[in-house]
Design a protein around this ligand. Structure first.
Ligand SMILES: [Cu+2]
Length: 285
C-alpha cells in the first residue's frame, strides 16, 4: 500500500510543499512591507503646529497610602505628603495647556528620516521616569525599537539595616480598543544599577496602539506610551504646544492622545510648503 504513491506522487507532493512555503514567504514579506516606513527627500514639506488644552477642571489626582506598599520610607522621597503618594495623571500647565499628550499624523508611509533609537525609563525613588522629555509620564514606543528600564533604587533593609536594591517589578500591558489588556513583559528587578532590555517583547505592540507600564510592587508607579511607526509625531510641551515639520503634502488624520482622557481626531489637508495649525480641547470635570 505504502508504495502506491509512486515516484510521480512524491514529485507532486514535493512541488505542493515548495509552492506552499513560497506562498507563505511572499505573504509574510508583503505584510512586512506594508508597515515599513521609507525615508525619502521631502522638498517643500508642510508644517503643523498646535496646542492641546483642557477645558474645565482636571480630574482629582490619584492618591495611594504609601504604607500599604513595600519600602514606604524610601518611596515617600517624592510626590508624598502625610503618608499619601500622589499620582497626577492629568497635569495642566500655562494657559490650560494639557501635558503628557502625544500627537500623531496617521498614515504617512514615507518622508523625513525616522531616528527613534530607543525608549528608556528609569525607576528613580519608586517612580517611572520616561527619559528624553518633554514628558516624564508619557512617551512613545515602536515594535522595532528597543525598550529599556534601569533600576536606580537602593534602601536599608528593614530587618538588617543593610543597604540593598529596592525590588521593582515593571509589568507592561498592550491596550487595544475592545480587547482585554495583554501582558507584554513582566519581570522583577531587585538590584540597583540593573538595566533590562525588552526589544523582543515590543513586537507585541503591533496588536495594540497603547502600552501601559506599572510596577507590581508599587501600584502608584505608572507610565504610558503610544505606539508610533514613523517620525510624524510630537509630545506636547508643558504648555500643551507642539509642532511637526517636513510633512509630505496630503490629507491626513491627526490624533491627540492622552492616557487618561482618551483620543481626539481631526482631518487636516496639507499643501506643499503650507503652515497649518490645529487646536485640541479635552473636557475636564
Ligand atoms: Cu516598584
Amino acid at each position: 500500500m505504502g508504495r502506491s504513491i509512486g515516484k510521480l506522487g512524491v514529485v507532486v507532493i514535493a512541488i505542493c510543499v515548495i509552492s506552499l512555503v513560497g506562498a507563505v514567504d511572499v505573504f509574510a514579506a508583503k505584510k512586512r512591507g506594508k508597515s515599513k516606513y521609507k525615508t525619502v527627500d521631502v522638498s517643500n514639506g508642510a508644517a503643523l503646529s498646535g496646542v492641546v488644552t483642557l477645558k474645565g477642571k482636571a480630574p482629582a489626582v490619584k492618591k495611594f497610602e504609601i504604607g500599604k506598599f513595600p519600602q514606604p520610607e524610601f518611596c515617600s522621597g517624592v510626590d508624598t505628603k502625610d503618608g499619601v503618594r500622589v499620582l497626577n495623571d492629568v497635569a495642566v500647565g500655562k494657559g490650560n495647556g494639557l501635558q503628557d499628550v502625544v500627537v500623531v499624523i496617521k498614515g504617512i508611509k514615507e518622508g523625513k528620516p525616522y531616528d527613534l533609537k530607543k525608549t528608556h525609563v528609569d525607576m528613580d525613588v519608586c517612580k517611572f521616569v520616561v527619559t528624553g522629555g518633554p514628558s516624564q509620564f508619557v512617551g512613545v514606543v515602536s515594535p522595532t525599537v528597543n525598550f529599556t528600564v534601569t533600576n536606580k533604587d537602593e534602601a536599608p533593609d528593614p530587618k538588617t539595616g543593610k543597604v540593598i536594591g529596592v525590588l521593582h517589578n515593571p509589568h507592561s500591558f498592550g491596550i487595544a480598543p475592545k480587547k482585554n489588556p495583554s501582558t507584554m513583559f513582566n519581570l522583577g528587578m531587585p538590584e540597583k544599577g540593573q538595566t533590562l532590555s525588552f526589544k523582543k517583547d515590543m513586537k507585541k505592540i503591533r496588536r495594540a496602539p497603547v502600552m501601559k507600564l506599572q510596577c507590581d510592587q508599587h501600584e502608584y508607579m505608572q507610565a504610558w506610551f503610544r505606539s508610533v511607526r514613523h517620525p510624524y509625531y510630537a509630545l506636547v510641551g508643558t504648555d500643551g504646544a507642539f509642532s511637526i515639520d517636513q510633512i509630505p503634502p496630503g490629507k491626513y488624520k491627526v490624533i491627540a492622545w492622552h492616557p487618561i482622557l482618551g483620543e481626539q481626531t481631526q482631518e487636516v489637508t496639507f499643501s506643499a510648503g503650507a503652515k497649518e495649525s490645529v487646536k485640541f480641547e479635552f473636557a475636564g470635570k
